[in-house]
Design a protein around this ligand. Structure first.
Ligand SMILES: CC(C)(COP(=O)(O)OP(=O)(O)OC[C@H]1O[C@@H](n2cnc3c(N)ncnc32)[C@H](O)[C@@H]1OP(=O)(O)O)[C@@H](O)C(=O)NCCC(=O)NCCS
Length: 253
């Protein structure tokens, strides 16, 4: 991990189409360390401020804070939360047993109905919000972190052939697998060899799981030196995606 500040601080949002469903994406590049304090007051609930206070590593704390701000700004942008209520919203990503889990949003004691996903490091956080019964998964990987040893240990033979030593390709494959896991997991740990990324015609990425699930994955570059992937898993019995107006109701765009 590097400790350099991001070049462009601030929040950007967009809508991406994956598998016919719209997903709101918020990208948040953290400001300089000296400006982090006001973010806590504006965006964190008391519960979250207490969690942040217990994080020992400044790098982990910065990443964690960036994730909460990104996901809440995205909820505001979608019209799901009023900006004035951001400090009443808690983003929880632990099971009652303390295991890491997909994030959920709560307004005081009331859960917000939305599929959420989050990825962050100490410089940038990306939040995804899906509509309907589909679940979303988002992941970002720094290209420098996509080493040959990651490929050797965690890629299937077909993925190794797809990468053939190219680091950016490796980063994409890793991001695709993690995004797909976040979208489809049902409490099981991340087992990278059970997921296989593939590149289809026209440059479209897909991910298949050994359970038989298969999903399209959107891949892009959210900033210099990194790649991001967004997976959307639609259960067989999923309702049709909600129309754009429902997902993107009036809000602070
Ligand atoms: C979830 C996982 C797949 C990816 O996490 P990660 O890459 O460490 O971290 P990211 O920043 O991308 O994502 C973290 C967020 O994902 C969410 N998350 C955590 N567990 C999750 C799960 N089981 N399902 C869905 N989302 C989950 C949380 O919101 C978490 O942020 P938070 O703790 O601040 O709430 C993780 O289980 C994992 O095992 N990763 C392997 C990491 C690795 O080996 N990297 C090699 C470097 S190339």
């Amino acid at each position: 991990m590097t400790s350099s500040e991001p070049s462009e601080a601030g929040f950007r949002a967009e809508v991406r189409l994956v598998d016919g469903g719209e997903v709101a994406i918020g990208r948040y590049a953290l400001p300089a360390a000296a400006q982090l304090g006001p973010l806590v007051d504006q965006w964190l609930s008391p519960e979250e401020a207490s969690v942040l206070g217990r994080l020992r590593s400044p790098v982990a704390a910065r990443a964690w804070l960036g994730g909460r701000v990104a996901i809440k700004q995205a909820l505001v942008w979608c019209g799901r939360v009023d900006v004035a209520d951001a400090h009443r919203v808690s983003i929880r990503s632990r099971t009652s047993g303390g295991k890491r889990d997909r994030p959920t949003a709560w307004l005081d004691a009331t859960p917000l109905e939305a599929s959420l996903s989050l990825t962050h490091d100490e410089q940038m956080a990306i939040a995804a919000i899906g509509a309907g019964s589909a679940t979303v998964g988002v992941d970002t990987v720094r290209i420098a972190d996509a080493t040959a040893s990651v490929e050797a240990a965690w890629f299937t033979p077909a993925e190794k052939r797809l990468c053939s030593g190219r680091r950016t390709r490796r980063a994409i494959v890793w991001a695709v697998k993690e995004a797909a896991y976040k979208a489809i997991q049902r409490g099981e740990p991340f087992r990278p060899l059970r997921l296989e990324a593939s590149l289809e015609a026209h440059g479209h990425w897909r991910c298949a799981c050994d359970t038989g699930e298969r999903m399209p994955v959107d891949v892009w570059r959210p900033g210099p030196g990194r790649v991001a992937a967004l997976a959307r898993a639609r259960p067989a019995d999923a309702a049709a995606p909600r129309p754009r107006e429902t997902l993107l109701a009036a809000g602070d765009r």
